[in-house]
Design a protein around this ligand. Structure first.
Ligand code: PLP
Length: 545
């Protein structure tokens, strides 16, 4: 066992074993640093992803008969890192963060004590951190911290699933025993994340009972359409159970009007005498902007430029209403810049947890003892990773102002990008409002976006423009080591002049998520696009001749 013990941190805190662990960390950090290049997206060389790449991995894989030296373990791990994308200034594709240092340390501390916040006896550090961040963020968004509850879970998607489970159990407490009733309906915008789609599949509600609501020009839910569709469900004897209010759509950052949504829900509840309709704010993308809920734009202490303020002010109006939702989520691993997975699911009224909490007799080995008073028998996970510590560390290190600076910079860079790209390239259209994400679309000839979104182009014309953008995405995708743009096949749906069916719009995405993506970089970003689109247009013309 002596040899096996060497694989662990010390029992007594001796310096020798600490130095050894530190030296491994030192090696890992040094080697990764050696691979960094600010002019490239990737760490070192990208592996050759041939068609049989994963097949070769499968054939080669075997547990070694005897363990290899730690140096070799590290070497193998670093091989995996070779060619990894690194979220530096060249990454403008998706909400993939570069974890900040505090969050890395918070994560490490959690790992070193391996706390399990299923139960405070097993994970007191993470349990306390969880209670603390739940209170901090409840206060920030306007939930009563004495009534609210929260726990870290498996992503923004996990929060959607958890909230739907709560909604079902609240509406039909007996359903835990007898199964989910047949006539439940969920509503979401047609641009909402597929989290709800999966959740209605998995809960047994069924995709047919998930009603997609149209969106407005600003990508927020069309509330008249919501009302109509709810009325239709009620008229045929169905139960409107749940509405997903998206606070920042994944591709375009559309923000639903939760206040008006709540009014509609209450009107219908009153009019038809139906149970309260559950509203979950899917704020996985936008939730961090609640950090401006109390920002004083008059005195503007952080001295944001007028244009940036204007956008933030419009957000403040919408995000202040998030407190009306029954639950919401903070995805720190998106705009909050922490490692995966650091999502906090917040519940306005902790009373609701009683509908999903496990009976004492079902949890024989944890909780309900004379010792320990925090036991999360209501989560879908059993053991849980104490990622509240990661969040906690990050909140301390940034503070309100640090996050405000960071979040305002996303807006600043996007504003500059839009302006510059529109000036430099004539055949491009910005297809969403100013936000941390810009979606844009190129045209083979001139910019036709205004006709396109109004439904004046034919299906064939729209598809041809989609095709053009798809091909261009391949061109710049091949050069993603220089600047990595995102893209989406369904930025939104538009009407067509010659069809009743609406058509998906293909768009490119500029998502400047790195703290190293500043306005000084905007010329480079635009230059890259301009150069490649001009070249692409030339090759297209040649192929026509
Ligand atoms: C990203 C996202 C999700 C899913 O969040 P994960 O943390 O990846 O599980 C859900 N909803 C929206 C709006 C998102 O943008």
């Amino acid at each position: 066992m002596k040899e096996i013990q060497k694989l662990y941190p010390s029992m007594d805190g001796n310096a020798l074993q600490r130095e050894e662990l530190l030296s491994y960390v030192q090696t890992v950090l040094t080697k990764i640093d050696e691979l960094k290049d600010p002019n490239k997206l990737t760490l070192g060389e990208m592996p050759d992803y041939t068609e049989d790449y994963y097949n070769r991995v499968i054939q080669k894989a075997n547990v070694p008969k005897s363990g290899v030296a730690m140096e070799e373990v590290i070497q193998e791990l670093l091989k995996l890192v070779e060619g990894h994308r690194y979220v530096n200034r060249n990454y403008v594709a998706n909400a993939a963060p570069l974890p900040n240092i505090a969050s890395i340390i918070g994560n490490l501390v959690m790992v070193l004590v391996n706390g399990n916040n299923l139960w405070d006896v097993e994970g007191p550090a993470a349990a306390t951190a969880e209670v603390e961040v739940t209170s901090m963020l409840s206060k920030l968004i306007g939930y009563d911290e004495n009534l609210s509850s929260g726990y870290t879970t498996w992503g923004g998607q996990g929060a959607v699933f958890n909230s739907l489970r709560l909604a079902i159990a609240r509406y039909a407490p007996e359903s835990n025993q007898t199964g989910v009733p047949k006539n439940l309906y969920c509503f979401c915008s047609e641009l909402s994340h597929y989290s709800l789609y999966k959740s209605v599949e998995a809960t047994g509600i069924g995709v047919e009972n998930m009603i997609r609501v149209k969106v407005n020009q600003d990508h927020s839910m069309d509330l008249e359409d919501l009302r109509d569709k709810m009325e239709q469900v009620i008229a045929k004897g169905g139960v409107p159970l749940y509405v997903l209010a998206t606070m920042g759509t994944t591709d375009t950052f559309g923000i639903d009007d939760i206040e008006a949504m709540k009014v509609i829900a209450e009107e219908l509840e009153c009019k038809h005498g139906i149970s309260p309709i559950y509203i979950h704010a899917d704020s996985a993308m936008g939730g961090m902007y609640t950090f401006f809920n109390d920002y004083d734009f008059k005195s503007n202490p952080l001295q944001f430029e007028d244009k940036v303020q204007e956008v933030l002010k419009s957000y403040q109006k919408k995000f202040k209403q998030i407190k009306l939702a029954d639950s919401m989520v903070f995805d720190f691993h998106k705009l909050g810049q922490t490692p995966y997975i650091t999502s906090l699911f917040l519940i306005k009224n902790r009373e609701n947890l009683k509908y999903v909490d496990l009976d004492e007799t079902e949890t024989p080995y944890v909780g309900n003892r004379g010792y320990g008073s925090y036991h999360t028998g209501y989560t879908l996970e059993c053991s849980r990773m104490g990622s509240a510590m990661t969040i906690y560390a990050s909140l301390l290190a940034f503070g309100m102002e640090g996050y405000q600076e960071l979040l305002a910079n996303y807006i600043r860079v996007n504003l500059a990008f839009r302006e510059k790209l529109t000036k430099e390239v004539s055949n491009v259209a910005m297809t969403n409002e100013v936000s941390p994400i810009t979606t844009f679309r190129f045209y083979p000839e001139e910019n036709k976006w205004n006709d396109e979104w109004r439904g004046l182009l034919t299906v064939e014309e729209i598809m041809e423009i989609n095709q053009f953008n798809d091909e261009f995405a391949e061109v710049i995708g091949a050069k993603r080591d220089t600047v990595f743009y995102g893209n989406t096949t369904k930025q939104r749906l538009v009407k067509a002049a010659n069809s009743n069916k609406r058509v998906s719009v293909y768009a490119h995405k500029f998502f400047a998520i790195s703290p190293y993506s500043t306005i000084d970089e905007v010329d480079r970003y635009v230059g890259f696009l301009k150069e490649h689109v001009e070249f692409f247009l030339k090759t297209k013309t040649i192929s026509f001749v």
